[in-house]
Write a protein that binds this ligand. Sequence first.
Ligand SMILES: CC(C)(COP(=O)(O)OP(=O)(O)OC[C@H]1O[C@@H](n2cnc3c(N)ncnc32)[C@H](O)[C@@H]1OP(=O)(O)O)[C@@H](O)C(=O)NCCC(=O)NCCS
Length: 158
Amino acid sequence: MGNDLETLSIHLRLVTPDDSNDILTWRNDPLTRMNSETSHEISPQEHDQWLQKALQDPARFLLMAMTKEGKKIGFIHFKEENGKTTVSLNIAPQERGKKYSAHIIHEAIEKYQLERAHQPIIARIKKDNAVSTKSFLKAGFKLVEAGDQYDIFQWGEV
Ligand SMILES: CC(C)(COP(=O)(O)OP(=O)(O)OC[C@H]1O[C@@H](n2cnc3c(N)ncnc32)[C@H](O)[C@@H]1OP(=O)(O)O)[C@@H](O)C(=O)NCCC(=O)NCCS
């Protein structure tokens, strides 16, 4: 897939509580809200409680994509439920459109499979989110279910 994260000088690490403000700011960005399952503005209290729980939840795996200079690029969230894992990605608004997304998705999945589970990985993408659809297809996902509001994509061979 062209240039990988190493060439782009990006690496992935686990999320820590210190990432809280960045993740909240990106989550409350208008485009992210529009493309999320719930679109209300999240308060700092609601977010802190959510992140604290998520970091302790064995069914979740949270990654931060970073440049080698230490700039945060994007948040990747894996959530295991009923034998499947759902992945979502939020690129920092100022870093969007720089063609990072497919590489980040691809390497985040490799890391998830190495460190956590081998089970079907899916992405639920709103039908009008063409940029996200492109990113996940480019990373190696395939459309497995077309719904009214969401399309479901699955990683790898299906
Ligand atoms: C969706 C998202 C993850 C994509 O990441 P990104 O870094 O902006 O996307 P990229 O720069 O890697 O571009 C992906 C593709 O979309 C195209 N693209 C990017 N921005 C675009 C835009 N504003 N309009 C049209 N096409 C666009 C790129 O050209 C690229 O396609 P190509 O490889 O065929 O040229 C990011 O925009 C984001 O975080 N959005 C808000 C949250 C969200 O929707 N998350 C996904 C929920 S599952």
